[in-house]
Design a protein around this ligand. Structure first.
Ligand code: GLU
Length: 314
């Protein structure tokens, strides 16, 4: 059995180069288009980063291109709310089970009497935002922003063009927010919450930011670059459980089968995988499969997991 690397070495660099070369010419999938801005992002972009718990990192391709975090934001809002309320409250108010339906499904909500089942479908993500204790929308937003900044180790910003694009096309999410309210799973004003949720999805990150954010989860909640504890160590396992079960929409099982790691993807083309105690992998490539996951991002993660022996199942 191959040794797992614990720092950037020549094997790691070679695996990254191989992944870039092997999958750059894969043109399967399509950019998300239900959010107009995302359709305009150049489809050929492809970046892959890895960061170890010792803070060493390596990257190939377009790892400085800023893209919309989208659904991956749900991981970090969850981290904030877990630190405020603890895992038990989260589990009873939202849950940690797959819905078996697409991420924006209304059917799933209706089937379970409004209980969102997990914080990574849009319903559960908005319920999570609503659980955060804040008196005003601004205060709610600032807490989320501060958490994301701590994870990334720098000041992130919202891409206002993405926000405007999402805010003008998020009628479906607004419908979900009202439905949650009607079933008693919305814990603040639904339209205020939907707006803050839309804003969190519009945060601009690079692959390097994403891998740093993931490395903090790999490293027991401590950002390996800044050395700051950004989420309580005891809350990392609940986050990774959610990523394991629900990170890649309704094809999370397929991902786990191939990659063997907790992951999270977003319709902006980003994807994150976490190897607890070892490293994080982040990739960015806009074209998505039918479930909403980056095609090349998944291939890159699978390649690195296999080549570097990172799967948790080995
Ligand atoms: N803002 C997107 C939405 O709510 C995020 C979805 C995603 O990345 O899965 O539809």
């Amino acid at each position: 059995m191959k040794q797992r690397p614990t720092t950037v070495d020549s094997t790691v660099k070679q695996a990254l180069e191989e992944a870039l070369q092997r999958f750059s010419s894969n043109h399967h999938g399509k950019n998300a288009s239900y959010i107009p801005y995302l359709a305009s992002v150049p489809s050929h972009l492809f970046g892959i980063s890895i960061m170890f718990c010792d803070g060493t990192h390596a990257q190939v391709g377009d790892t400085d291109y800023a893209f919309a975090i989208e659904s991956i934001s749900k991981v970090f809002t969850l981290a904030h709310v877990l630190d405020e309320l603890g895992p038990q409250a989260l589990r009873s108010k939202i849950g940690c089970d797959p819905t078996g339906e697409p991420f924006n499904s209304v059917v799933a909500l209706e089937l379970h009497k409004g209980r969102p089942l997990n914080p990574f479908v849009n319903a559960g993500a908005m319920a999570t935002v609503s659980l955060l204790e804040a008196q005003t929308p601004q205060a709610r937003w600032e807490q989320i922003q501060a958490t994301y900044n701590a994870f990334a180790g720098r000041q992130l910003s919202v891409n206002e063009e993405v926000y405007a694009s999402e805010a003008s096309s998020n009628q479906h999410n607004r419908g979900i927010a009202w439905l949650l309210q009607s079933y008693g799973y919305m814990y603040a004003d639904p339209m205020e919450v939907c707006a803050v949720y839309t804003r969190q999805c519009s945060v601009s990150i690079t692959c390097h930011d994403l891998v740093t954010m993931g490395a903090a989860l790999a490293n027991g909640g401590v950002n390996p670059v800044t050395g700051k504890q950004v989420v309580a160590a005891k809350n990392v396992a609940p986050i990774l459980s959610e990523m394991t079960l629900n990170g890649l929409y309704d094809t999370t099982g397929d991902w786990y089968y191939k990659v063997g790691l907790p992951g999270k993807s977003g319709v902006g083309g980003g994807i994150l995988a976490v190897v607890p105690g070892v490293c994080a992998i982040a990739a960015f490539a806009p074209p998505l499969d039918a479930a909403g996951n980056s095609v090349r991002g998944q291939l890159a993660a699978e390649h690195l997991s296999r080549t570097l022996n990172l799967s948790l199942l080995h």
